[in-house]
Design a protein around this ligand. Sequence first.
Ligand code: KG4
Ligand code: ZN
Length: 331
Amino acid sequence: MQSILGIETSCDETGVAVFDPERGLVADLVYTQADHAAYGGVVPELASRDHVRKLPGMIKQALDQAGLRASDLAGVAYTAGPGLAGALLVGASVGVGLAQAAAVPAIAVHHMEGHLLSPLLEERPPDFPFVALLVSGGHTMLVEVGGVGRYRLLGETLDDAAGEAFDKTARLLGLGFPGGPDVARLAESGNPDRFDFPRPMVNRPGLDFSFSGLKTHTRQLVARSTPDDHADIAAGFERAVVDTLVIKCRRALRETRFDTLVIAGGVSANQRLRQALDQALPGKVYYPRPALCTDNGAMIAHAGWYRRKEGSRDGQIAVRPRWALEELGAV
Ligand code: KG4
Ligand code: ZN
C-alpha cells in the first residue's frame, strides 16, 4: 500500500485527504471555519479549537472513503509549517499520534511545498524545471524549481502578501473574509480603468513584490468615494495586482530561461489572474483546479508522498511556524 493520509491545519481550513500514487485522490475533505468572518481575520485560538473539534471525524471519514484502516497507510503527512503555531500543533499532534498508533511513519510537510507541487495532481502536469508563483494569504514568492525539493527563491514580497492585499481591500470595501473571492465577484461589475492604481515595483529591476502601497492607495480612494464606486475600485485593484504578477512572472521566465510557469496558492484561484497569464504566456501556464488552490489536505498528502522516505517513527512532534522553503532538500 502506498496511500498517504494528509492533514492540513496551518490556518483556518481543516483539510484531510488520502493520496494514492496509482489511484490519485481517494478522499479529499476540507472544512472551512466560518467563525473568523465576524472578526475580519483569522483568530488563532478559535482556529486551533476548531481543528481539534473537526479532525477526528474527518480522519475517520477520509479513511472510510478510501476503504483503508490507518495501519494500511504508507504514512501520515501533516503540515509542520509555516503557519499559526497553535493550529499547526493540533495537526502535528493528531498526525504523529495516529502514525504511532498505526505503526506507520509520520511525515512533516512544508505547507508551501504542498502548494508548489499541487499542479502535479492534475491531468496535465507540468514538467520540471519551472518557475512557480506562490500567491497565498501569507506568502507571495517566485521560485525557481529544478525538481522536488530543489528550490531557489527568485523574489518575494517585501511587505503584504497578495492574498493579504485582497483581504485588506475587502475589509475597506465592507466585504467578507477571506476577501479574495468577494473582491473578484464585485470586480466583475466594475470598470478597471476608471481609477488609476499604481503597479508597485514594476519599474525597478528584480523579482520582489510590494503590495502595501496599493493598499494605502485603495484606502485613500475609498475614503473619498461612495459605495457606488466600490465595484470600479475592486476592478481597478484586482487589475493592478494581476498586472504586477504577470509582469514579474514574465521577467522570471526570461531570467531563468525556463518556459513553464506554475501558479499555486489561494490567489491562483483568481480567474482574471489565470486569464491574464494564459494570454501573456499561451500554453506555458499550469495551475491546480480551484479547490486545490486554497488550503487543503490533498496537497499535503501528495507532497508527503514525495517526502515519504523522510518519515519518522520516533513520535517527535515538531512544528515550524516560520520555515523557509529553501531549507528543504531534494528528494
Ligand atoms: O493558500 P490559502 O488558502 O491560505 C494561505 O496559505 O494563506 O490562501 C488564502 C488567500 C486569502 O488571502 C484569499 O483572500 C485568497 O487566497 N484568495 C483569492 C481568491 N480565492 C482566495 N484571492 C483572489 N481571488 C480569488 N478568487
Ligand atoms: Zn496556503
